[in-house]
Design a protein around this ligand. Structure first.
Ligand code: CP
Length: 311
């Protein structure tokens, strides 16, 4: 089986395609355990990392993934580019396209921007987060972590809590988890839960303590103040009092529940430090899996051959 040319979202991916990416990512994890953490699979390919929004995890793990696959990389960020002089996204892409890249990894504040540039370029586009729309590789690394810790997805009870309206992570995760057979509940203040979310097949429970009961996986999300046009809750202190994941509240979940967060975490806002750092937290495992998942996606999209993961 082969993936399509681009990875613009999880929406539309089949169970088989998701499993292919996760299985390939498991193989890519082995590369990190070798003395020389590099394979020649994408030698001679040029990948451009176009980041129009800040990033720590996604950007660095894509860059490491590209280097481990022996691709050539070009890192582009708004702060050091002619975007500051008024150049548009399209003009930027048309100029970079003349340098003949094989793929673009792009993060941008506008939903649909990754799909938009596919009309103007020859290579592949991987969405590294387009506004509040999708963040497909985040959902895939979350899925790899869940599969490692829980053995699968069928009938798993997953709670996602936070700023549901502005989160691209939640949308990608709902598409993925529903496709793989999990039950998904979302929680948070009603002002941060869009009315259409139930149409995506999830349950809504604004009472956080009720929502936590017997959950197998709890994924906490950051409040995206930069995307909120007006105040959606009284104060960060009050948010923590009602929706912060404290040790006491975490006890309401299943005794084997794992805690996830895509990062960056805001300690004392959506999650208490004691929970973020507890033995059931898999937040740093998610980050570690990010490199393997991004290697898998790049390898599958850019046509790495069957035997090219060997040295
Ligand atoms: N989870 C995530 O996308 O983190 P960054 O914004 O640091 O890339």
């Amino acid at each position: 089986m082969k993936l399509g040319k681009h990875l613009l979202g999880i929406e539309g991916l089949s169970k088989e395609e998701i499993n292919l990416i996760l299985d390939t990512a498991e193989k890519m994890r082995e590369v990190a355990e070798r003395p020389i953490k590099k394979v020649p699979a994408l030698r001679g390919k040029l990948i451009v990392n176009l980041f129009f929004e800040p990033s720590t995890r996604t950007r660095s793990s894509f860059e490491i993934a590209e280097k481990r696959l022996s691709a050539d990389t070009l890192n582009f960020s708004t702060g050091t580019s002619s975007v500051l002089k008024g150049e548009t996204l399209l003009d930027t892409v048309l100029n970079i396209e003349r340098m003949q890249p094989d793929a673009y990894v792009m993060r941008h504040a506008s939903p649909g921007s990754c799909g938009f540039i596919t009309n103007y370029i020859k290579g592949s586009v991987i969405n590294a987060g387009d506004g509040p729309h999708e963040h497909p590789t985040q959902a895939l690394l979350d899925a790899l972590t869940i599969r490692q810790k829980k053995g699968g997805f069928e009938k798993l009870d997953v709670l996602i809590c936070g700023d549901i309206t502005h989160s691209r992570v939640v949308r990608s995760n709902i598409h993925l988890l529903k496709t793989m057979g999990a039950n998904v509940t979302v929680s948070g203040p009603a002002t941060m839960i869009p009315p259409y979310i139930e149409k995506m097949g999830v349950k809504v429970e604004t009472n956080f303590e009720k929502a936590l009961l017997k959950k197998d996986v709890v994924m906490m999300l950051r409040i995206q103040l930069e995307r909120q046009e007006k105040a959606l809750f009284p104060s960060l202190k009050e948010y923590f009092l009602t929706y912060g994941l404290t040790e006491e509240r975490f006890k309401l979940c299943d005794s084997k529940c794992i805690v996830m967060h895509p990062g960056p975490i805001n300690r004392g806002v959506e999650i208490a430090s004691e929970v973020a750092d507890c033995k059931d937290s898999v937040i740093l495992d998610q980050v570690e899996n990010g490199v393997a998942v991004r290697m898998a996606v790049l390898y599958l999209l850019l046509g790495g051959g069957e035997n090219e993961t060997s040295n």
